[in-house]
Ligand binder design. Structure first.
Ligand code: JD8
Length: 243
């Protein structure tokens, strides 16, 4: 898969892209991430990328020309075969389902904006889709682009070690994870649940499933609507409503 990122701050994104799972996946040849400085595609002597808003008001607006020029130059005749995504607070909220959808594409482009806003013609005529990573306000689209890249790259086949297999299996998908423990078995008097040390793998799997269901029910009941529960599980959670 190929991911191109367009930003005014490639130097702040590079260290994270080079380290982490994103760096490993690139070294393994699972993904090729291109970083492009939008300023390099500004036409004027001062490489201007922002300007005052038509109609007045505070703040600056990102100019359309450097954005169109950078994306069209880098993508060339692949523009039509690339999903161009704009990261903005007005986008549809990023979910694991969107991550899976993007992970299946051959090529995506992520546009990270800055300033108070982006010229509307970028939304209308350059981007295919607009994504927000959540309902809080950041100063720019760099962190959102890294978040999307991370979530998408870890879904590439072979991107993680064996640990991936267990968290990507359909069984636990859509649920919050239950508790995890490691050594020591007793820490400051706090015991690891006996069942996890019993060696009974069937019982352990059943316990983990119940823990995940309970935690999801307590903290994120909205998530359960998307999860396939078997009849016994549904009945047990039903019973919890009154307890
Ligand atoms: C891109 C500029 C800052 C946004 C005025 C200054 C995403 N979930 C998210 N929260 N925030 C962003 C985001 C914020 C951005 C830009 C993404 C470009 N800003 C602006 C509007 C209000 N501030 C985001 N994805």
């Amino acid at each position: 898969m190929k991911i191109d990122i367009f930003t005014l701050f490639p130097e702040v994104m590079l260290p994270y892209l080079s380290a982490s799972i994103l760096g490993k996946a690139q070294e393994a040849g699972l993904v090729d991430i291109g970083l492009h400085n939008i300023r390099d595609y500004a036409a004027d002597r001062h490489s201007t990328t922002d300007d005052e808003p038509f109609g007045g008001g505070g703040g600056m607006v990102m100019k359309p020309e450097p954005l169109f020029e950078s994306v069209e130059t880098v993508l060339g005749d692949e523009l039509d075969d690339t999903r161009v995504l704009l990261l903005t607070p007005q986008g549809r909220v990023f979910t694991q389902a969107i991550a899976w959808e993007l992970a299946s594409l051959r090529r995506i482009a992520l546009i990270s904006g800055r300033y108070e806003g982006i010229d509307e013609r970028v939304r209308e005529h350059l981007a295919d889709d607009e994504i927000s990573i959540g309902d809080y306000v950041l100063t720019g689209g760099e962190l959102p682009a890294l978040v999307v890249a991370d979530a998408v790259v870890r879904l590439q086949p072979g991107a993680l070690g064996d640990e991936a297999a267990s968290t990507q299996d359909s069984h636990s998908e859509g649920l919050l994870e239950g508790p995890h423990y490691t050594r020591p078995a007793v820490f400051r008097g706090w015991q690891v649940p006996e069942i996890l040390r019993s060696g009974d793998h069937a019982k352990i799997a059943a316990w983990r499933r119940r823990q995940a269901l309970r935690r999801t029910f307590e903290r994120r009941p909205d998530l359960l609507e998307q999860v396939d529960l078997d009849p016994e599980e549904a009945e047990e959670l039903e019973g919890r409503q009154d307890s």
